[in-house]
Design a protein around this ligand. Structure first.
Ligand code: SF4
Length: 132
């Protein structure tokens, strides 16, 4: 499929992009040519939307761990409730590395908020009980 528009003028060369929208994980072939950008090998139209988003404004779900003080485990796994901008992912994870929670931490608890340009909430994905 040919895709034209200002967002696609930045693509310098051909690339393979794995669509992450379903388990089929299609390897999208994205090529720059005289007629614009072409996207092929997509199993469905969602792959076109995925490639457009990846080229114009890539985002990722943040997953990491945070330190827990006085917990039965020293770390708790966390994730964002919405995607963050890909270019700020490493900086946000580093920011979480510098923070410490205090047990107990409950699964589903918001442990940090207003993170990144998308203002995501960071949520604990498991419970860490307090050390007796
Ligand atoms: S292009 Fe469609 S079928 Fe292929 S991985 Fe993406 S959503 Fe799944």
């Amino acid at each position: 499929m040919q895709v034209n528009g200002p967002h696609f003028m930045r693509l310098a060369k051909n690339k393979i992009m794995v669509c992450m929208l379903c388990p089929k994980s299609c390897s999208l072939s994205v090529a720059d040519n005289f007629n614009g950008v072409s996207i092929e090998n997509n199993g469905c139209n969602k792959g076109i939307q995925f490639a457009k988003k990846e080229l114009a404004d890539p985002e990722r779900i943040l997953t990491s761990t945070m330190k827990v003080d006085h917990g039965v485990l020293p770390l708790v796994s966390v994730r964002g409730d919405n995607p963050v901008k890909k270019d700020e992912l490493k900086a946000l994870i580093k920011q979480l590395d510098g923070m410490t929670l205090y047990a107990p931490v409950l699964s589903g608890q918001i442990v940090a908020s207003d993170f990144g340009r998308n203002s995501v909430n960071i949520i604990a994905t498991r419970t860490i009980d307090r050390l007796n």
